[in-house]
Write a protein that binds this ligand. Structure first.
Ligand SMILES: NC(=O)c1ccc[n+]([C@@H]2O[C@H](COP(=O)([O-])OP(=O)(O)OC[C@H]3O[C@@H](n4cnc5c(N)ncnc54)[C@H](OP(=O)(O)O)[C@@H]3O)[C@@H](O)[C@H]2O)c1
Length: 213
């Protein structure tokens, strides 16, 4: 499949690109501008400029010919204005551009409690509300959708073992394991048109996704 990754230069993004390339996909690594191409060099992907906050037509061009878009971009700055720009409006722009580019499937990396922000940590509520809004736009779009709500991200090594379920509460998961889940979604039809939480857990990634009810 041709897969475009938004936020490919980020910590989860780089793991995800590597995982997708290993699985034999043709990967376009979305970067905010030409100066960020270097951040995805050597990963085996083709860099494409795809800034969620600039020109929707540029996004459509970047997506055209893709079977799948996976959005793992996020604001670097937790300031609510930056979060609204990237995680809400930017993420919505990504969904709309994918519809215009006739992409079939769209996978969004979201956060635990984005489906119930009032229950999440007060310190990250602006992020949760922003993600709730953009997740809901994706769910109501014409795309085949998946929303993966990760627990607190860590840089611990991959375990390739996770728990996935509609709601898991608070927990943690490594960026490498999240990347493994996102790429495994392409092989598991049960993940289509579904949102779920993911934490580190007992089951191998493929088995965990296959057991989603
Ligand atoms: N931290 C947590 O505990 C946690 C928990 C659950 C979910 N999440 C979410 O998981 C995702 C990945 O997190 P991470 O820590 O791996 O991210 P990260 O390392 O901070 O990387 C973020 C990526 O987003 C890109 N980006 C920023 N603004 C953009 C824009 N306007 N257009 C396109 N790309 C843009 C960045 O590009 P540059 O490299 O050019 O800056 C970078 O590639 C984020 O959405 C985050 O909110 C985080």
């Amino acid at each position: 499949m041709v897969v475009t990754v938004l936020g490919a230069s980020g910590r989860t993004g780089r793991h995800l690109v590597r995982s997708l390339v290993r699985q034999g996909h043709s990967v376009r690594a979305g970067v905010r501008n030409g100066r960020r191409r270097e951040a995805v060099a050597g990963l085996g992907a083709t860099p494409v400029v795809a800034d969620l906050c600039v020109d929707p037509d540029e996004l459509v061009d970047a997506f055209t010919g893709s079977d799948v878009v996976i959005n793992v971009a996020g604001a670097a700055d937790p300031d609510p204005a930056a979060v609204a720009l990237v995680d809400r409006d930017g993420a919505i722009a990504g969904v709309r551009a994918a519809e215009r580019a006739a992409v079939r499937r769209y996978i969004q990396l979201s956060a635990q409690f984005a489906d119930a922000p009032d229950q999440g940590d007060r310190l990250v509520r602006s992020i949760l509300y922003a993600k709730q809004i953009s997740d809901n736009v994706l769910v109501r779009s014409s795309l085949v959708w998946t929303v993966v709500r990760a627990g607190t991200l860590t840089d611990e090594p991959a375990t390739n073992r996770v728990s996935v379920a509609g709601h898991l509460g608070a927990g943690r998961v490594s960026r490498q394991d999240v990347a493994a889940v996102l790429s495994a979604c392409l092989r598991e039809p049960r993940t289509e048109n579904r949102g779920f939480d993911v934490h580190t857990g007992p089951l191998p990634v493929a088995a965990a996704l296959a057991a989603l009810d």
